[in-house]
Write a protein that binds this ligand. Structure first.
Ligand SMILES: [Zn+2]
Length: 280
């Protein structure tokens, strides 16, 4: 970065910097002192063109540097270039390193969806503590742009998502992923309690903050089965709690605006964490 700065250095500081009796004070330190002490209104004007000025400018992490971090890494706000925010929200063909993580776990050779149909997404999100974190998703290429747009909208609104790593981090075990409140999309699996392939198996469904937005099925006698187990208290949708999805929630609004159905709108099951997009 080429920056030409004009710094106003107080005479006293220059004197100090040039003083042989104080060799320990290096010139850059003096310049910093001059700026920090607020003594910038008097005496000498010095024009300096120097690489030191780079320290004055924000040094952002590049999107590829951020993408090289494991998902769920905490990012300092100073690392993010606000002028190029969209570059931190990316979709690509499944990289070899990701394939080796999912092969035989969430992905199995099958007649319904190929690896070429999937996209690997990297996004930024806020966690419940307000920290910025990296997130990753695998989804069908048909909804990749939708998800990038939605997660950018959620990020812009500081929407809290606790964790967003591939379900493979939990051995492909949906219950474990839900219990960890992990947001995830693709998983080649059947619908719980059936032999029907889930929309997740096609990468066309996503579960958001699943512990606080549980999956509720009803037995013939009307009794409810709630997953995950640690999400049982949050099946009470009259209660207020953080990360709750309802029709007033931004998550609901963004997904439905992009043509997704919300599982919380169904009669049975009631799947508060779930959004899916029917595509032909
Ligand atoms: Zn789901």
């Amino acid at each position: 970065m080429n920056i030409k700065s004009v710094w106003i250095i107080p005479a006293a500081a220059i004197l100090l910097g040039g003083c042989g009796s104080n060799d320990a004070v290096e010139e850059p330190t003096v310049k910093v002192m001059a700026r920090q002490t607020g003594l910038l209104s008097t005496t000498t004007v010095t024009e300096i063109t120097t690489t030191e000025a780079v320290t004055e400018a924000a040094v952002y992490a590049t999107p590829s540097e951020i993408a090289a971090l494991p998902a769920a890494s905490q990012i300092s706000p100073e690392q993010i270039d606000p002028a190029n925010l969209s570059e931190y929200f990316t979709a690509e063909a499944v990289p070899d390193a990701v394939f080796s993580r999912i092969n035989g776990v969430s992905y199995h050779e099958n007649p319904n969806i190929s690896l070429d149909d999937l996209r690997y997404l990297r996004v930024l999100h806020y966690d419940p503590a307000g920290e910025i974190r990296t997130g990753e998703l695998l989804c069908n290429q048909a909804i990749a742009d939708d998800l990038l747009d939605i997660f950018r909208g959620l990020y812009d609104a500081n929407y809290a998502i606790e964790r967003m790593v591939l379900v493979d981090a939990y051995g492909g075990d949906d219950d474990a992923s839900m219990a960890a409140n992990n947001t995830s999309c693709f998983n080649y699996r059947v619908i719980a309690g059936s032999t029907t392939l889930s929309y997740h198996a096609q990468g066309l469904a996503i579960d958001i903050n699943p512990r606080y937005n549980p999956y509720v099925t009803f037995a013939a006698d009307g009794s409810a089965q709630i997953s995950p187990e640690n999400g049982v208290p949050y099946a009470d949708r009259e209660m207020f709690f953080p990360m709750k999805i309802d029709r007033n929630d931004l998550c609901y609004q963004l997904f439905t605006a992009h043509g997704f159905e919300w599982g919380g709108d169904w009669d049975t099951p009631l799947d508060y964490q779930h959004f899916e997009k029917p595509v032909s």
